[in-house]
Design a protein around this ligand. Structure first.
Ligand SMILES: [Zn+2]
Length: 63
C-alpha cells in the first residue's frame, strides 16, 4: 500500500470534469473517490470506474 496506484488512468482523469460544475477532479485514495476542486462533490470509484452521477455524489459536509 506504499505506492500510489492511480484510481483511474491519468489520461482519463485529465479529460474528466465534474458533471455538476465542470470543475477539475482530483483523486482521493482513502475512501476512493474523485473529488471536485470547485464544488467539493465526491464521486465514488469502484473497481476503477468512477460513478459520475450527480445525484449519487457525496456533498461536502460542514461538520
Ligand atoms: Zn464540481
Amino acid at each position: 500500500m506504499s505506492d500510489h496506484e492511480p484510481l483511474i488512468a491519468p489520461s482519463l482523469l485529465a479529460i474528466m470534469q465534474c458533471p455538476a460544475c465542470t470543475g477539475d477532479l482530483s483523486e482521493r485514495l482513502e475512501d476512493p473517490a474523485l473529488v471536485c476542486g470547485s464544488c467539493g462533490r465526491a464521486y465514488a470509484v469502484r473497481d476503477g470506474i468512477p460513478n459520475m452521477l450527480i445525484d449519487e455524489a457525496a456533498l461536502p459536509s460542514n461538520d
